[in-house]
Design a binder for this molecule. Structure first.
Ligand code: ZN
Length: 124
């Protein structure tokens, strides 16, 4: 994949919190895009993401279609996007993203955390 110079970058300061690719630290979503956490923080639902690419659509279950989501910088798989759903809930809607939190970091104002465990990242 051709490397783009148009990556979105958030300001990394005490006043910001956002999610990043764990592999290459490309910025992915502001904290306010996070709607829900599931399964002890292993997965989270996001309204929107930046700097991601979509793979080919696949059937989640009958009548429900998703697409794999990957970091556009390094290609790491990050989760899935809901493309079309026969039944939507108040949380699960087409266009939203279900992200594997073990694949992302969380910048929380003044330190970098693992998004799933919220333990500090020592080597960034
Ligand atoms: Zn990446």
């Amino acid at each position: 994949m051709e490397r783009t110079t148009f990556l979105v970058r958030y300001e990394q300061s005490q006043n910001t919190s956002f999610y990043l690719c764990r592999h290459c630290q490309t910025h992915l979503a502001l904290h306010q895009e996070l709607l829900h956490k599931y399964a002890a923080n292993q997965h989270a639902l996001f309204q929107n993401l930046v700097n991601v690419g979509l793979g080919a659509n696949y059937q989640i279950v009958s009548g429900q279609t998703g697409a794999p989501v990957s970091c556009i910088n390094c290609g790491s798989n990050l989760g899935s996007k809901f493309v079309s759903l026969s039944i939507e809930t108040s949380a699960i809607k087409a266009g939203r993203f279900m992200i594997d939190m073990t694949k992302v970091f969380f910048w929380k104002g003044k330190q970098m955390l693992y998004a799933d465990t919220e333990q500090p990242v020592q080597d960034v």
